[in-house]
Design a protein around this ligand. Structure first.
Ligand SMILES: Nc1ncnc2c1ncn2[C@@H]1O[C@H](COP(=O)(O)OP(=O)(O)OP(=O)(O)O)[C@@H](O)[C@H]1O
Length: 502
């Protein structure tokens, strides 16, 4: 009877209106404002909900009493979550905000194109009204950024390679991927600590440099050229870079790419926060063809970038000999041109064992931002290898042994890969391993015919590779080569090309 009476006196519409009225009244006098972030926004998943969940997972793991724990597919870690209808206080820029995880039962659905979960989940954010304009947007941006960071950290990184013959996979993707689990880090990488620090700082500056790149109008990308003899750690360096920044790696096999437009399409399908690697660039395609054209005399005696590109294309089509028609200009466009800016936060890494074989156009400053010479094992690098393989810290070995190692290491000109092999072989017997290493180094030093040629400047060994790079970068001969190469067979199209490039 009472229920019927209530229904008649207070019909649902009136009750709804009353609740709404009281809510408004309450809101007028309340000093808080509330924001609902539901899991599903209409029929789409709300990205902000997932971001908040991830963001809070970092703080609730410390403060919460009752937590939800999840491990996502392809994730390398557990994610803590706020339990249903639980709340937590977070602080941003000195302002306290309250998050509540609200979970309610969804009304039974009769028919739906897209079945929704039984539970309706969402977060409610409570902020003081006075702080709303002050922090809301910057707080939400901060949450999105943090969530992406956590997601990247938790997610397994991937190593991509372009499919054979440019074929597409079942999802129409030109890249195939496998989980990337290379254990190399900057800590395990044997190289001069100063240089290592410099590279790490450069990488960090790049990763944190979004506003800098925006402010200066530069594309958010960076290029590194790693060069040096085989086995000096170029691949290990790339792995260390990826592990340091948490980026995916795209290992581009240039011999599988047929032309410049295919190269461009591959670039378009790479994600941001990635390292695009072209290993052994000197072997991948014939990028020095234009030198063959240099027997032509040139009337020009100035450096002309337009002519350089023409020369790079080689008129007769660089690289065609290798079965594909990628040209140097195509490659430069890939790293440098307009297309290189699609997406953001990308690092290009080229490696080569023979820097002298590379075209000067690739080496000139501005193309590859940093040239990193991976040298034979130095004394400081050896100390890192001794720590990695035998667990010897600085001072663990006898001073006399260290002195002997220091004297012989530069003369031996052995790569870190060679030294690793010696250490791995007898790593269970540490002293024996060091003895063997010393003997091997002495033998290598005796046999090394280049020892007589070594010159020391400021305590550092001047290597011929460094000389080669200097020559490649500085020699005025290169410019004349560039000019020469441009003139061959291109005379008619020259003006037209210049017009285009202008
Ligand atoms: N600088 C280094 N620090 C630590 N380990 C190294 C270093 N250089 C080489 N190694 C060891 O030698 C192996 C081969 O090195 P890596 O493949 O990185 O050399 P690379 O210079 O890329 O050789 P390549 O030019 O032949 O590709 C690695 O697995 C690693 O164990």
């Amino acid at each position: 009877f009472c229920q019927t009476l209530l229904q008649t006196v207070f019909p649902p519409e009136l009750r709804f209106a009353t609740v709404k009225f009281f809510n408004r009244l309450f809101n007028c006098f309340s000093s808080y404002c509330y924001f609902d972030i539901t899991e599903i926004d209409g029929v789409n998943t709300n990205e902000l909900y997932n971001a908040v969940q991830l963001y809070l997972s970092s703080s609730v793991s410390i403060t919460g009493n009752r937590l939800s724990l999840t491990r996502a597919l392809n994730s390398s870690g557990f994610t803590f979550g706020l339990a249903n209808n639980d709340s937590i206080v977070d602080t941003f820029n000195g302002v306290n905000v309250l998050w509540e995880h609200v979970v309610t039962q969804r009304q039974a659905q009769n028919f739906s194109w897209r079945p929704l979960p039984d539970e309706k989940r969402g977060f409610t954010l409570r902020i003081m009204k006075k702080d709303k304009s002050l922090i809301l947007y910057s707080y939400l941006d901060y949450i999105m950024e943090k969530a992406n960071e956590i997601r990247r950290k938790n997610q397994e990184r991937l190593l991509y390679t372009n499919s054979r013959g440019g074929s597409l996979d079942s999802r129409g993707h030109p890249w195939e991927s496998v989980p990337f689990k290379h254990p190399s880090t900057f800590d395990t990488l044997a190289m001069d600590p100063e240089r290592k620090k410099e590279i790490m700082e450069d990488l960090q500056d790049f990763a944190n440099g979004q506003s800098f790149y925006q402010k200066t109008g530069r594309a958010w990308k960076r290029g590194y050229l790693l060069y040096g003899p085989p086995g000096t750690g170029k691949s290990s360096m790339i792995a260390a870079m990826a592990n340091h920044l948490g980026y995916d790696i795209y290992d581009l096999e240039l011999t599988e790419v047929h032309n410049n437009s295919e190269l461009r399409k591959l670039l378009m399908k790479t994600s941001s926060k990635s390292i695009i690697v072209i290993e052994d660039i000197d072997c991948s395609i014939n990028l020095t063809n234009r030198k063959k054209n240099s027997n032509n005399t040139s009337s020009r005696n100035y450096y002309d970038p337009a002519a350089e590109l023409r020369g790079a294309c080689g008129g007769s089509g660089c690289g065609e000999e290798g079965g594909n028609s990628i040209t140097l200009s195509g490659l430069l466009n890939f790293t440098d041109g307009l297309w290189s800016c699609c997406g953001s936060e990308r690092i290009f890494v080229f490696t080569t064992n023979h820097i002298e074989k590379l075209d000067p156009a690739l080496l000139r400053s501005g193309r590859m931002d940093m040239h990193i010479f991976m040298n034979y094992c130095s004394f400081s690098a050896l100390k890192i290898l001794l720590r990695n393989y035998l667990g010897y810290e600085e001072g663990d070995l006898e001073v006399s042994v260290m002195k002997e190692l220091e004297q012989v290491i530069d003369k031996a000109r052995m790569t870190p890969a060679d030294i690793s092999e010696v250490l791995i072989k007898s790593r269970r017997f540490k002293e024996k391993a060091v003895k063997e290493l010393l003997e091997t180094l002495k033998l290598a030093a005796e046999r090394n015919p280049k020892n007589g040629l070594l010159r020391r400047t400021n305590g550092e060994v001047d290597d011929e590779e460094e000389e080669q790079e200097k020559r490649a970068l500085e020699s005025p001969k290169e410019e004349s080569e560039i000019e020469d190469s441009c003139s061959k067979g291109d005379e008619e199209g020259e003006e037209e090309e210049e017009e285009k490039i202008k």
